[in-house]
Ligand binder design. Structure first.
Ligand code: SF4
Ligand code: MG
Length: 317
């Protein structure tokens, strides 16, 4: 059984407020999104900032409500709806600075009554600290006493405390140095194997996404433009936007720098371009592209793509 997530036609008045103070204007932050996260696997959503990927994460974890459509979960291992937890980009902002780490991790244990006695709570907190590669004595410290990577380990421990089956991770390592980033990603992969977790992973970084995911969904201006198997997508990207993203992966000789795309900025979601919203930046756009929204087509290799000109065998509409 797959962990199933479907969202349709979701608009976002809160995003509207963030972008411009024009209360009557309505931004469709996420539009007709539909994807499946394989149980025990990882689906990544990748795209530039403002494409709606964080909105998807917040919708799935219930931090935002869809204005239309629905988010559906297939039953988890227990037969109950999947329990989801979210891990954020900036662990410092999501950890209470006045609490000792042991209390931060203990909170979900107490709230969900997962352990009965104080001694059992302490025991579980120490176990979680060790699980994420910290030491039991770290529980006595405060968040500011830790490095960025250690703080992300603390937020992972807190997320695991509530025994989730599904983790939604919104750019969990993008605030970290590259070497620390690799350590945290490796930890997350190990935890996925050991605990049978399912991940929805949000990132702007194609190399991170390649490392983590079984499947990748590429988002552009609120829509998924291509979705498919990770290796297939890297070997044979079908959508011109995916091809552009792959060109921006820095090589190892070139240290991390801001990866701006060569061909222009993302248009404002307030005034999305007509037809295919990627057409102003697309190197192969034709007249049809500005007139007609491309339908999502399923190719023979299982990739779904929304582009009039993308090639590959079409098996169904
Ligand atoms: Fe480019 Fe047209 Fe395909 Fe859009 S539909 S990605 S503009 S070729
Ligand atoms: Mg974001």
């Amino acid at each position: 059984v797959n962990g199933l997530v479907k969202i349709f036609d979701v608009s976002a008045p809160w995003l509207n407020r963030l972008i411009e103070r024009k209360p009557r204007q309505f931004v469709q932050a996420v539009n007709d999104i539909d994807f499946t996260v394989p149980a025990g696997g990882c689906l990544s959503i990748v795209g530039e900032s403002g494409c709606g990927k964080s909105t998807v994460a917040r919708l799935i974890t219930g931090l935002h409500r869809p204005t239309g459509g629905e988010v559906r979960f297939a039953p988890g291992r227990s037969g109950a709806p999947l329990s989801a937890q979210m891990i954020f980009q900036d662990p410092y902002a999501s950890l209470n600075p006045r609490w000792r780490v042991k209390n931060i991790i203990a909170e979900p244990l107490r709230e969900l009554k997962l352990r009965e006695t104080p001694a059992e709570v302490i025991e579980r907190v120490e176990e979680l600290l060790l699980t994420v590669g910290l030491s039991a004595s770290d529980g006595e410290k405060f968040p500011h006493e830790f490095s960025g990577g250690q703080r992300q380990r603390i937020s992972i421990a807190r997320a695991l405390a509530s025994e989730p089956e599904f983790l939604v991770c919104d750019e969990p390592t993008s605030a970290l140095d590259v070497s620390v980033q690799a350590q945290v990603l490796n930890l997350m992969r190990r935890l996925q194997d050991e605990l049978g977790l399912t991940y929805l992973f949000i990132s702007h970084d194609m190399s991170v996404v390649r490392h983590m995911s079984d499947r990748i969904a590429v988002m552009y201006l609120g829509r998924i433009v291509e979705e498919g198997d990770t290796e297939e997508l890297f070997a044979r990207p079908r959508h011109p936007y995916t091809q552009l993203l792959l060109q921006t992966i820095p090589n190892i000789a070139e240290p991390r720098r801001d990866r701006e795309l060569a061909s222009g900025e993302v248009p404002s979601p307030l005034k999305p371009p007509s037809g295919c919203t990627f057409h102003p930046r697309c190197p192969i756009a034709t007249a049809r592209c500005s007139a007609e929204v491309p339908a999502v087509r399923m190719l023979a290799n299982g990739t779904r793509v929304a582009c009039h000109l993308a090639t590959g065998d079409t098996t169904s509409a």
